[in-house]
Write a new protein. Sequence first.
Length: 177
Amino acid sequence: MALVPRVFLTADQIQKRVREMGDQISTDFPQGPIYLIAILKGAFMFLADLSRAIRTPSRVEFIGISSYGRGKTTSGQVKVTKDLDVSIEGHHVLIVEDIVDSGVTLTYLMNVLKQRRPKSLNIATLLDKPERRLRPVDVAYVGFKIPDEFVVGYGLDFAEDYRNLGDICVLHEEGQK
Ligand code: PRP
């Protein structure tokens, strides 16, 4: 059965919310630099827009994390596959994530980065699925709280497809109402 993406959040709705998040972050952190650390791959598009919406001087970094033994849900076996190229000691750090689901990825990453003694360590996520949480995560900036639907687009994939969509869509089976 073919899967069809149906728009859930339009590109305009996303852009408006990302600008609001950028304003809030700029107000909360008037002094830079802020190290914006995006988790590969899903956060690349959110990072591109959020970084332009933040007025405080910022630097962009990427980190790769993988989870093993996981179907659609994270199992808890997490490791860093691509580490940062810089030290974050004494700097403001904002982790930029596309979606928080079980919370396993961010719980792990917060522990790893805390040990590197940043001046501050916070999380900005575009999407949050609170119903799916297995580990509590303190997320400072949330774009949209969403129900437990499988979403793609704006960086989020299904088997590596759909990341390049400007809208966020729910995947439905063809013919399904
Ligand atoms: C997704 C998403 C988060 C993580 C959230 O990444 O981008 O990093 O899962 O899930 P959790 O809260 O249950 O840990 P994924 O592993 O699918 O990799 P990708 O970003 O490369 O698509």
